[in-house]
Design a protein around this ligand. Sequence first.
Ligand SMILES: *Cc1c(COP(=O)(O)O)cnc(C)c1O
Length: 366
Amino acid sequence: MQKIFVAEPTIGKKELKYVIQAVKSSWVSSKGEFIRKFEEKLAKFHGVKYATTTSNGTSALHLALIAAGVKPGDEVILPTLTFAACASTILHVGASPIFVDISEDDWNIDPKKIERAITPKTRVIMAVHLYGHPCKMEIIKDIAKRRNLFVIEDCAEAHGAKENGKLIGSFGDVSCFSFFGNKIITTGEGGACFTNDVEILETIDLYKNHGADKKNRYFHPVAGYNYRLTNLQAALGLAQLEQLQKFLKIRAKHENLYRKIFKGNPAIKFSPKRNKSNPVFWMHSFLIESKKISRDGLMEKLFQDGIETRPFFIPLHTQLPFKKFVSGKSFPVAEKIAKRGIQLPSSVNLADKEIIMVAKKVLSYV
Ligand SMILES: *Cc1c(COP(=O)(O)O)cnc(C)c1O
């Protein structure tokens, strides 16, 4: 049987056409029409004033923390159940990651626990929309406003998701996206920062571009980075962005196929959905509560059948570079969900019958 991967990009004729155009134009580096078009379309689609592309999602987060003015000794609040880049970039600006547990109802940072984690050193709340599920952005923004904190949204896993009718990426002071090969839309490697504030935009652009002053050539007021996207990558990204809605529809259909087959089985729990929240299905995430078989046992059996799956992230408060920042707190919800969570094949390319075959295999094992 042919192997089924957990996540493959969908690259078609449109991508090829735009990338060939970019190559032929000879604008292959970080200037060119596709960068401008991709950034404009990202901003317009999300209803934000500015989008600026970056070399990846991690550099987008790093730039957002710099733009927030985070300095050594500051604290940044984030969920413990997320990808490591969220916390690594906090260390890269010399600040301390302050981990908070998640809520059962969206698997995201629990606003009640944010309040308790705030100290005089807190500068930023980093809200991560985990596995396509929007955070409670209105509550988080309200806390940030009252406590004078900056909000960074990490939208890497949730392109197109909505909270209370509004697209994620339009709430934060800065919102960060990733276009890695397994994300909802891809540029190979790539990312973006969104903001409505022109000063924040200028700071991000300054640091992403060697700290180079736009007006005075070879004048560098700060030590910057080279965190730019290329025109070739932007060509791929524009083609992908033009198909975002189509991709999301197929993902929703696949999620429904999985659910239809799993329905009524007490061993498989679906991902949560709150009222007024519209998740997207970056990955088809389920919790395994079977008495017969563990999550890891199930993954192993599926692997033997040629079906690749993913476990959930390992909570960051348990990991070597970060655990020294944790003192006397517990994270029961994240620990429970992380152990049980599995992600089933989630590529847009998969045929309905392949999804049904995978779902039936899962069911036979639990
Ligand atoms: C993928 C991801 C990132 C990092 O993006 P890269 O483009 O791989 O650097 C950051 N945060 C989350 C939540 C992610 O899923």
